[in-house]
Design a protein around this ligand. Sequence first.
Ligand SMILES: Nc1ncnc2c1ncn2[C@@H]1O[C@H](COP(=O)(O)OP(=O)(O)OP(=O)(O)O)[C@@H](O)[C@H]1O
Length: 587
Amino acid sequence: MAVPEEGSVVETGDQAAPVGWVERTAFDYTAMAEAETAATWDGNARVYQWKDEYGDVGPAFEELEVELFGDPESRRDRQTGLDFSKIEQIEVIQEGPQRIEYIKTFADAGIHPVMLRNIELCGYEVPTPIQKFTIPAILQGYDVIGVAQTGSGKTAAYLIPILSKLMGKAKKLGAPRPNPARFQEGVDNVIAEPLVVVVVPTRELAVQIFNEARKLCYRSMLRPCVVYGGVPVREQGGLLSRGCDILIGTPGRLKDFIGRPEVLSLRRLKYMIIDEADEMLNDDWESELQAILSEQDVGNVYYGLFSATFPKAARDLAKKYLCDSHVRFRVGRAGSTTENIKQMIVEVSREGKNETLLTLLEEMNGVRTIIFVNSRQAADTLDDFLFNMKLPVTSIHSDRTQVEREAAMRAFRSGQAPILVATGVTARGIDVRNVMHVINYDLPSIEYGGIEEYTHRIGRTGRIGHRGVATSFFTERDEPLASVLTRTLLETNQDIPDFLQAYIPENWSSGTKVKFETESDFDPNDVAGAGEGCGDEGGGWNTADNVQGDSGGGWGNSGGNDANEAANASGGGWGADAAQPAAGAGW
Ligand SMILES: Nc1ncnc2c1ncn2[C@@H]1O[C@H](COP(=O)(O)OP(=O)(O)OP(=O)(O)O)[C@@H](O)[C@H]1O
């Protein structure tokens, strides 16, 4: 990366962008708010649709394929330069009485041929460590807890096996749906009866997972939908009324739709995934989550909990609901960071933060950067400050309208505004390619997430084999975090600045394991099993006995041959003939 000369500025007409940065764009938030009714929401993005005559698998559509997966050239390039070696070295710990034989390649897993092709189109060559375990476990019908570092492919770790299992069975298991080619609003509307629900804490994450589902559902009959706050309920209801097999949503909006049985019913639900499980178990979501969990058909639903950290609240939920048969996978220590991120802690005074920030942005200029602050007001103030310094910045926080939030994310993703100022919660789980630098302008305080929040925040960079830098400003206020922060740095062999040296544990020497009192790992005595929710008694977590041969569903057989078996069951719904594009087919 080019280091600019000190204080140098590139003159570009009357706008002068500091060296290395694109010109700033002024975002008119008031106009955006007024345009809300005419907005094109991210959740309205096109999904693959089929005609009845296709059978279980539809033909490819080049235009949509490029929209979903990018052009073929960029697909190939995506994998170059990825360094999986650090991820590969991390030990995967399997807990629970069941032993799952892990897969080495996607082809090993016995997944549906269309899913295999979609994985290839995504550019995924080998499964990540968490995927190696959760794919066979979910295919075999186990409830799963997956705890793995940020950016380690947890979304695909549950979507691939679930969608693969459902491919070829949508007709049999799913609700009748209108033919999209002939759909008439108000005439053909159906009640949405999803087979899968994914609950996530933020709107941005809901859209992101919806986009991953759009890719992985390509050419199948499975129709993904997303619902989240800030968009008129009527609009989202309209999308649901065309049928929905995979529903991704934020808890408040999901609860709202559950209260409208003429729009949404969970009676066909087979899989419930709680992503970013630790955040979802925050007190703020409790009533919504309870409403969603209590809605299901007892004993008939498979569960998955996924997160990068697993604090006590999440462990308590697992303890309450999970049965003996569930499997837990931990990639490294729960809450640990990845070695692909270079972490730097800089001591600053509160007054000196802006100046230090400008220096940093000058040193690492032009790269996609996320700056975290601790309050909405601070986000607005910092956005203004950076904009006045002629930097291409945008910001996102929960007081913004949905139009503003989506516009900010689009500007950041496209590179129009490569600097994003965000509060921690709104940026939870977001995955933007090539975020090279994360800056904690404010470190998260112990009361607001502490070290676990730190892990999630810096995890916006150094994702999936890429490398990144995370710089955090440390003021005297951050003293309570010093000890655990130092140990987190030691764990991945980071440099410890002088002012943190005193927090290096006594007797610690390089290569020894660092101890964490808030160890997010499961205590072996804390194992679930006596959960109220087992079997028929409550929350509906499955036992080993009911994993197989789900009545009428025709699934739940131990993984491996699912694709072939479904092909037989559906009268050869895929295979060469069915997969051929039908002449003149539309979607
Ligand atoms: N096997 C794979 N090979 C290459 N890339 C992959 C693979 N699996 C997933 N990815 C990509 O890795 C990125 C990170 O995945 P994802 O967002 O699911 O991570 P995560 O573990 O959920 O992170 P976080 O905890 O921060 O939410 C995504 O861009 C995804 O498309």
